[in-house]
Design a protein around this ligand. Structure first.
Ligand SMILES: O=C(CO)COP(=O)(O)O
Length: 131
């Protein structure tokens, strides 16, 4: 991404117990988020689109490959930041996909927020950063 308050490509994902929190966060920051290009796993993105009224590109649902699609975007250099509200208390059938996504975000140095506090900081960083 290049300079100033330019559009960033942001991935949004939330596990089921965290979806309400993600939607609330997206609503609170909708004036900021609408300036960026948003990508999300299917169910998370559908809720953000419907409830926060934001334009979101929807990948497949996480358990059906959506985490992998976001990971592929990271590997291709197509994502500037990832906001992923992970549920640490629930076992997931696609845990390997979750690990793969967080691994790729780490490997490629993607701005990565896993809770509301760091998500706020990531948004601020995207706006402040001189790129
Ligand atoms: O399971 C998820 C991420 O691991 C989220 O997928 P959904 O947004 O489709 O529920």
């Amino acid at each position: 991404m290049a300079v100033g308050a330019m559009m960033a490509r942001i991935g949004l994902v939330a596990h089921d117990d965290k979806k309400a929190e993600m939607v609330e966060w997206a609503k609170r920051h909708s004036d900021r988020l609408c300036r960026h290009e948003l990508f999300a796993t299917g169910t998370t993105g559908g809720r953000i689109r419907d409830e926060a009224k934001l334009e979101v590109y929807l990948f497949k649902s996480g358990p059906l490959g959506g985490d992998q699609q976001l990971g592929a975007r990271i590997a291709d250099g197509g994502l500037d930041a990832l906001v992923f509200f992970i549920d640490p208390l629930t076992a997931l059938p696609h845990d390997v996909d979750v690990k793969a996504l967080t691994r790729l975000a780490t490997l490629y140095g993607t701005l990565f927020a896993c809770n509301r506090a760091t998500a706020d900081a990531v948004l601020m960083a995207l706006e402040a950063e001189k790129r």
